[in-house]
Design a protein. Structure first.
Length: 258
């Protein structure tokens, strides 16, 4: 359902001259997005199980596609299985720790500090983090920083999350109240700054929740990977044991299942 707001009210809400704080404007935008994507049904999400295809890009061109199964228990547990032509990889995270298994290379190890840091970044930049308010647990601040060009003839509102450690994320919201882009800065191994962003597309209603079925990731405007969901299920019961590191590869079942 599209929410129509008269221009005069928008001017009141987003013009500082009328006393509307940047934080309050951002909160209003978040509520509009929630109204669009499912409201209470969205806020009641506790687990997500997704299946589909994960495509890696090299120099902007797709070169490898894996099938994946991704299992998330919010706010900070995730396990993902990738399979392709006999190869099988599993990576799992529980808050600030995790493990990695590569069956074709007979590897089972703890994740590195960089790997767990990347997981933390992925949770921070997720839509769940913004819309469910998990950012408040890390004392991040919320602001509305205006509008910027979106699709042709369109402009997107921009919500910014700023963390005490200096990490910042910008969420772009379309005129249809859909989250369409997430932007943030990182550094490569040489210390050079990289602008990364995710684009969300092909929203489909699943269990009363508008769900983006395609996520494209870019670094400095060059595509690096795509997630294309085939199936998504919300609030399926997930056993805590599925995230625990096994003693050896033999303890892991042939296929990751719940």
């Amino acid at each position: 359902m599209k929410i129509l707001i008269p221009f005069c009210l928008l001017f009141f809400y987003f013009n500082p001259a009328f006393g509307q704080s940047s934080s309050n404007a951002a909160e209003l935008l978040i509520q509009r997005v929630l109204n669009k994507v499912g409201n209470q049904k969205y806020l009641q999400i506790r687990t997500i199980v997704g299946e589909g295809n994960f495509t890696l890009f090299r120099d902007g061109t797709p070169y490898k596609t894996d099938k994946f199964l991704d299992i998330i228990t919010l706010p900070n547990r995730e396990i993902t299985e990738f399979k392709n032509s006999g190869e099988r990889i599993i990576q799992a995270n529980i808050a600030d720790r995790g493990w990695f298994a590569d069956f074709s290379r007979n590897i089972l190890r703890d994740q590195t500090e960089d790997e767990t840091s990347n997981f933390k970044k992925s949770m921070r930049t997720s839509l769940y983090n913004l819309l469910m308010g998990y950012w408040k647990l890390e004392k991040a601040t919320l602001s509305h920083i205006g509008k910027r060009p979106g699709d042709i003839g369109k402009r997107n509102d921009v919500i910014k999350l700023s963390y005490p450690d200096g990490f910042e994320i910008e969420f772009e919201i379309s005129d249809q109240n859909l989250p369409v882009k997430v932007i943030y800065k990182t550094k490569n191994k040489e210390g050079k700054e990289i602008i990364e962003y995710d684009r969300y597309a092909q929203f489909v209603e699943i269990q009363g929740i508008l769900t983006p079925m395609i996520i494209d990731h870019y670094q400095n405007d060059v595509p690096t990977w795509r997630v294309n969901y085939i199936n998504v299920t919300y609030n399926k019961t997930i056993p805590e044991t599925i995230f625990q590191k096994p003693r050896n590869l033999k303890e892991i079942k042939k296929d990751l299942k719940i």
